[in-house]
Design a protein around this ligand. Structure first.
Ligand code: FMN
Length: 472
């Protein structure tokens, strides 16, 4: 994308979210297939590439959630390792970016920078890293040190983590391996620089084993939503993955995050905002609405509805009929029945309980109907044309720069979008017809990340002998 496109062309950026363990996926649908088998990943990736998407996105869950002491039903679908999957996908795609979520709370900068750099090399510059801070001590127990950091410390560690990772990526000069002495397999003398990064979280002194990634720095995504998370994005990220897919809330979020950029010497084109979005298509508006309703009820089975309310109620509601009235029993706010990511979703359970009760009463909703209503996961419902128009409207009016589309079927959930909506977006010039850049960074229209100018410090190291390229 050219510089003028970056300024004026409100081109839609698109990503395909591979469904993780959640109740967006309609597991009851016979077209739903494995969440582990490579065929599923390959299908979604190829569909996304056919549709000119920027990247495929994998979320991360580092421990199976538990609900009332049992593994959460939906988590037995399994969640394979992100980097392994993305490495395999790099071999069956050519242009598609490969974005993985990796926690800055439980990993180490050396490891992650090396893995992401390797993915960037393997894929020819298509790697992206969604830097998450993760959110519970329960997950921490799966790790050697266990425990947990509080919210502020997690962000401080993430910021430091990223600086350390960038130092590793910057530590090899771009031309480190270009022919210099006629000796193959050696780096130019002085071209591999030591990395030193010390603060209260890390004490790193070493060097990177992998040459500078093709993108310089792979694309950085950030997903935290608090002011601290938004600041981290403004300071460090190239893309924000948000939950604010609605028009008004999207505009507010967009304005808020973009306004944070100048303080970090960056402008609005330096950070793309891409909310999660789901969609349901139909030949007519009525058909789309009916399909959406059907999908909602498949996503929220009676058992799912009860578990959902139990998360807020903190007590066993399994004796309730999901098709019957909303519970009148008081919530037990001192008890937490859900462990894992979902537990962090409801910050103020008392307020949430009141809100749901009032809504159920005012509209005479059953327990299941209430959950269908409050857990709505359909951002766009309509004909291909109205959905295409709406996507364009969101981008043109700066509610976002694009979308991370979350299909409700694995792996064919984006087929219909690519067959029916993508051609309309292309007709309007809102979506690429072919990949214009060689790397994900270029395709997203982001600035390059040139190597640091080391000026006078770029001296041959040691006695002037070539530095051997690290062996296996
Ligand atoms: C849209 C979105 C997606 C997220 N995805 C993940 C994920 O896949 N894995 C993970 O461990 N944390 C994920 N997080 C959690 C964040 O990294 C962060 O720990 C959490 O949101 C708390 O930070 P906050 O208060 O700034 O939002 C996600 C958060 C958001 C908002």
């Amino acid at each position: 994308m050219s510089a003028s496109d970056r300024r004026t062309g409100r081109r839609i950026r698109l990503a395909a979210h591979f469904p993780g363990v959640n109740n967006t996926t309609v597991w009851a649908d016979p077209r739903s297939h494995s969440q582990i088998g490579f065929g599923s990943f390959a299908h979604l990736a190829r569909t996304a590439e056919r549709g000119g998407f920027d990247y495929l996105f994998l979320a991360e869950g580092l421990r199976l959630r538990e609900h009332r002491g049992r593994i959460h039903d939906l988590d037995v679908m399994g969640r394979p390792d992100t980097l392994t999957v993305l490495a395999a996908l790099s071999a069956v795609t050519e242009h598609l970016g490969l974005a993985g979520t990796l926690s800055a709370t439980y990993n180490e900068p050396y490891e992650i920078s090396r893995q992401i750099a390797t993915l960037d090399h393997l894929s020819g510059g298509r790697a992206a890293w969604n830097v998450v801070t993760s959110s519970d001590a329960f997950t921490g127990e799966n790790f050697r040190r266990g425990g947990y950091l509080d919210h502020a410390d997690r962000y401080e560690r993430a910021e430091s983590f990223l600086r350390a990772a960038r130092a590793f990526w910057d530590s090899w000069d771009t031309d480190a391996l270009s022919p210099h002495t006629g000796t193959r397999g050696t780096a130019r003398p002085g071209a591999v620089h030591p990395v030193s990064h010390r603060d209260r979280f890390f004490d790193i002194a070493g060097n990177a084993t992998v040459p500078r990634p093709p993108q310089g720095h792979p694309v950085i995504i950030q997903a935290g939503d608090s002011p601290r998370g938004r600041d981290l994005a403004a300071a460090q990220a190239d893309v924000v993955f948000s939950r604010h897919g609605g028009l008004e809330e999207g505009r507010e979020f967009y304005a808020d995050v973009k306004a944070r950029l100048p303080a970090h010497g960056r402008d609005e084109d330096d950070l793309l905002i891409m909310p999660a979005a789901t969609l349901v298509l139909g030949d007519t508006e009525e058909e789309a609405a009916e399909r959406a309703r059907h999908i909602r009820y498949q996503q929220v089975s009676g058992a799912t509805a009860i578990q959902f309310v139990e998360q807020v109620w903190g007590r066993d509601l399994s004796d309730h009929d999901p098709e019957g009235p909303f519970p009148t029993v008081e919530p037990d706010l001192d008890t937490v029945v859900t462990q894992g990511k979902a537990a962090a979703r409801f910050h103020d359970r008392a307020a949430k309980a009141r809100e749901w009760r009032d809504l159920a009463e005012a509209e005479g909703l059953s327990l299941r109907e209430l959950v269908v209503r409050v857990s709505a996961r359909q951002t766009f419902v309509g004909t291909p044309r109205t959905v295409a128009d709406t996507l364009v409207e969101h981008v043109e009016t700066r509610a976002c720069d694009g979308f991370v589309l979350v299909p409700h079927l694995t792996p064919g959930g984006l087929d219909e979008f690519v067959d029916r909506v993508v051609p309309l977006l292309r007709e309007r010039g809102a979506l690429r017809t072919e990949y214009e850049g060689a790397t994900l960074r270029e395709n997203l229209g982001l600035r390059p990340r040139p190597a640091p100018d080391r000026g006078a410090t770029r001296e041959p190291s040691g006695a002037g002998e070539p530095t051997p390229v690290p062996g296996p």
